[in-house]
Design a protein around this ligand. Structure first.
Ligand code: HOZ
Length: 423
């Protein structure tokens, strides 16, 4: 890091904890300092020092159309000319809600909020209210934002920074959080037996994206659906990452599983801060003011975020997800052979436009598996790739994102740079 970025970072540390507004971007886990990004276009970002990088972080997922997509930017410009916030209903929120309900098979009603954290937290509150039960199951290494009950066995920054326990979170706040290993249906059955009658919900990332990328094994999500139905618990899909990325119909559409509730964020805001939760009308009707479950927000349904999300979804509706997935699949196969042909232990998990390189010899199907990966080698890989013009997630416990804006040259360049790393 040099010049402008260094000056900015020094100043940032005076005024903000760690110099950042969200932990992972500090890049400490890979022995680097944060990128101060000036602008982005398509697949690339330009940093304050002039560094020009092909971006595989994409704001952690929202930018599936790439940076500064013209249709999204135009929608934001038009919206801001009409006013930035009203604290009252606007047309765009109705249109975005309708677009989401039309796209996602499990969604009958939706409530807009401002972040994925808020969405997951509110979905859990609703599940508890509807069932009259308190305990819930979450999976080790899954991340559902930073609301207190989810900060047990959490992935993302909590895993990246190896934060032990959850300082500031009272034990009582996580006492009703039952942890199970991802992809382990047996342990979920055991939890239902042990806490029979007490479980309000099972919350799961249908494809886990916060312990690196981990795919659900055959029968796992179906099994969760069956167990929830059998025991009167609600199944909550956290689709903050997978919504409109795994497919236009999300994970629920792609896997054909019908969750009771789901949380969204990222892509539905087209790059602006947003979240949403929704699901079956029979549950959503309990939200105030229709029902008694309180949840509110001054900036919820914000006209700029709604306009950006709506524009993004309009473009995505006609986009070729299958072609993008094929491109990423071909690329990942090549990438894995770049490593394995040089006797470097590497496993690449991938689906749709997401992938994670795990430097390990064993398949990664849960958080314990993700932890077997060599984080030191990942850090060296991150630094090597950044020097050659590629921005990867600065943590071994995150997911690389590709976009419709990534070109064949971007993928080929990545492979060349990775080959140089592999030696
Ligand atoms: N929780 C996000 C990653 N899964 C954001 C990380 C950050 O910005 O620090």
């Amino acid at each position: 890091m040099s010049g402008v970025s260094q000056t900015l970072f020094n100043e940032a540390r005076l005024y903000m904890p760690g110099g950042v507004n969200s932990p992972v971007r500090a890049c400490a886990a890979v022995g680097a300092e944060p990128l101060f990004i000036e602008r982005g276009r398509g697949s690339r970002v330009i940093c304050a020092d002039g560094e020009n990088l092909v971006d595989f972080v994409l704001s952690w997922g929202p930018l599936i159309l790439g940076h500064a997509h013209p249709a999204v930017n135009q929608a934001i410009r038009e919206a801001v000319d009409r006013g930035s916030s009203f604290g009252a209903p606007c047309r765009a929120e109705v249109e975005l809600a309708k677009a989401m309900v039309t796209a996602l098979p499990g969604l009958e009603m939706v409530r807009m909020v401002n972040s994925g954290t808020e969405a997951a937290m509110s979905a859990l509150r609703l599940a508890r209210a509807c069932t009259g039960k308190v305990k819930f199951i979450k999976f080790d290494g899954c991340y559902h934002g930073h609301a207190d009950p989810f900060l047990a066995g959490a992935g993302s920054g909590v895993a990246t920074l190896s934060i032990p326990g959850t300082p500031g979170v009272p034990e009582a706040a996580v006492a009703d959080t039952i942890l199970c290993p991802y992809n382990d249906l047996g342990s979920v059955k055991d939890a239902f037996s042990a806490h029979s009658g007490d479980l309000a919900a099972v919350i799961v990332e249908p494809v886990a994206g916060n312990m690196g990328l981990v795919l659900p094994e055959e029968g796992f999500l179906e099994g969760l659906r069956e167990l929830c139905t059998k025991h009167g618990a609600l199944l909550i899909f956290d689709e903050v990452i997978t919504g409109f990325r795994l497919a236009y119909a999300g994970a629920q559409g792609r896997f054909g599983i019908d969750p009771d509730l789901a949380a969204f964020g990222k892509i539905i805001g087209g790059g602006l801060p947003v979240g949403a939760y929704g699901g079956k009308a029979v549950y959503m009707r309990h939200i105030a003011p229709q029902g008694q479950v309180y949840q509110a927000g001054t900036l919820s349904g914000n006209p700029l975020a709604m306009a950006a999300g709506l524009a993004a979804l309009s473009v995505l509706r006609g986009s070729d997800y299958v072609a993008l997935e094929q491109k990423v699949e071909d690329f990942c196969k090549e990438l894995e052979s770049v490593f394995t042909s040089r006797s470097i232990d590497a496993r690449i998990n991938r689906i749709a436009s997401m992938f994670t390189v795990f430097f390990t010899s064993r398949p990664v199907r849960d958080f314990a598996g993700a932890r077997t990966a060599d984080a030191g080698r990942y850090a060296r890989f991150f630094l090597h790739m950044r020097e050659r013009g590629f921005f990867l997630a600065p943590s071994a416990f995150e997911t690389a994102m590709a976009s419709f804006a990534h070109s064949d040259e971007d993928f080929l360049g990545f492979l060349k740079a990775a080959a140089a790393f592999a030696g």
